[in-house]
Design a protein around this ligand. Structure first.
Ligand SMILES: Nc1nc2c(ncn2[C@@H]2O[C@H](COP(=O)(O)OP(=O)(O)OP(=O)(O)O)[C@@H](O)[C@H]2O)c(=O)[nH]1
Ligand SMILES: [Mg+2]
Length: 446
């Protein structure tokens, strides 16, 4: 069930199933996104086809006519039998296939549907076409599998992958000795495989709980800082913006789901107290449910953030819908930052007129380009401004006998005034209430 970019398995034919609820521009945008997902996996998209259906739930997701057409494009390797009566639906124009530069369409060797297929739908169409078939969820899970780097991300994605794979496991005809080994009485290879998957899932979940406990501890340490989280659709430019405002080397790539783990860095130029910024996983529409669940912990940073920066790629015509998806997922995982800022990114790709229109439509948003240092400085200033609103100002009297603490205060708080008196130093500081309370407690103990 793993997609592998073998040279012999490289050419993908994409299929859009149009229904009365899912058609027109929405279906086209979604298909274009699927093409980017498939390309991210290293496949070449050699064509697209569309099929009008009353729903995506029919046992045979493709009608006989379309099936025959697609079978030709995939080398007629399967078995097509006349089955149910077909309805003629013509509410959406058929897609023109995208011819590839150098390959004839007939060499498509995998077929990818831009919808979710049930295990039996997938099995039927695979038998009918005789080539490997994937659905949207399968592709997304595979990308997540490949991009997961940290232990937590790997565990979460593997759990989602196994949950996806389990109902799609088939009976293997091989009498493979290895597979036969731990097999219980009367248990088929399929049952054995399913049992293995269940055991693996239980073990992975156990490991995940222990890793999450560890992460929680680290988050508690950070919770005393003002935290900002970048959230948004995949490829919006979150990591690029993160890199720009923290001066760090966070990976930003033109591929979907480049970031799967939350990365935390301090805002740069450094502030006193430090402000922490976290980059998070990107979203996509029709996100597999298990993956949404796995975001609960990946997005824990956003959970604790005092400021949420919603980054959108304003140069993408579908960014409004993408923003809806982001809001839906965040709501589902229960993230509600106390403050939010919409960042209309990639403004360098927009004309002055488009920029002006966007500012009328989103008057509270900030128009930025992660590539423009002026915009990066503007965002930095905004974040510092918001963090300062949360701070309180207080005067602290430090006797000269305890002046060692002054250096510490300068490192962790913003000192706005210093007065040197006869027997003490009077500092006016701005800081978080927690830090101030802690400082006073320590001074009393001294
Ligand atoms: N022109 C332009 N390109 C940008 C800008 N910001 C980011 N990009 C590009 O957009 C692509 C995606 O950027 P990332 O920063 O990886 O996006 P992301 O939101 O972190 O994506 P995921 O990690 O997949 O969720 C990269 O090729 C960036 O170079 C910008 O302001 N202008
Ligand atoms: Mg990223």
């Amino acid at each position: 069930m793993q997609l592998t970019a073998k040279p012999s398995l490289n050419n993908a034919l994409l299929i859009s199933v149009r229904t009365p609820e899912f058609r027109g521009a929405e279906a086209e945008e979604s298909l274009a996104e699927l093409a980017r997902l498939v390309t991210t996996l290293g496949f070449k998209v050699v064509g697209t086809q569309s099929q009008n259906q009353s729903s995506t739930k029919r046992v045979n997701v493709l009608g006989l006519g379309k099936l025959a057409e697609i079978a030709q494009l995939t080398g007629n390797k399967g078995i097509i039998e006349a089955a149910e009566e077909e309805e003629e639906l013509d509410y959406d124009q058929d897609f023109s296939t995208i011819p590839s530069d150098d390959l004839p369409l007939a060499c498509a060797d995998i077929v990818v549907f831009d919808c979710d297929l049930s295990p039996s739908q997938l099995r039927n169409v695979e038998n009918q076409l005789g080539v490997e078939v994937f659905d949207r969820t399968g592709v997304i899970i595979e990308i997540f599998s490949r991009h997961a780097r940290t232990k937590t991300a790997k565990l979460q994605v593997e759990i989602a992958r196994l949950n996806y794979v389990a109902p799609r496991l088939r009976e293997t005809s091989t009498g493979d000795k290895e597979h036969q080994m731990g097999k219980g009485a009367g248990e088929t290879t399929l049952e054995l495989n399913r049992r293995n998957v269940r055991d693996q899932l239980a073990e992975l979940k156990r490991q995940l709980v222990s890793v999450q406990e560890e992460m929680k501890g680290r988050r508690t340490q950070r919770s005393e800082h003002f935290c900002v989280a970048l959230v948004g659709y995949t490829n919006a430019g979150k990591s690029s913006m993160m890199r720009a405002i923290t001066g760090s080397e966070v990976e930003g790539e033109n591929k979907l789901f480049a970031t799967l783990d939350t990365t935390v860095r301090a805002l740069f130029p450094v502030t006193h107290p430090r402000i922490l910024v976290s980059d998070t996983v990107g979203f996509i529409k029709k996100l597999p449910h298990d993956l949404v669940a796995s975001f609960h912990s990946t997005l824990a940073e956003a959970h604790d953030a005092s400021l949420l920066l919603y980054v959108v790629d304003a140069s993408d015509p579908s960014f409004r819908k993408q923003l809806d998806v982001v809001n839906e997922v965040l709501e589902e995982v229960g993230v509600e930052g106390s403050k939010k800022l919409l960042i209309l990114n990639k403004s360098d790709q927009l004309t002055a007129e488009q920029q002006a229109e966007l500012m009328v439509e989103f008057p509270d948003a900030m128009l930025t380009s992660a590539r423009d240092p002026k915009d990066v400085a503007k965002l930095h200033e905004y974040i510092v401004g918001i963090a300062e609103q949360e701070m309180i100002e207080e005067e602290i009297i430090i006797p000269y006998t305890a002046k060692g603490i002054v250096g510490e205060i300068r490192n962790s708080m913003s000192v706005t005034k210093e007065e040197y008196e006869f027997d003490h130093i009077k500092l006016t500081v701005r800081s978080s209430a927690i830090d101030l309370a802690r400082l006073k407690k320590r001074m009393l103990e001294k």
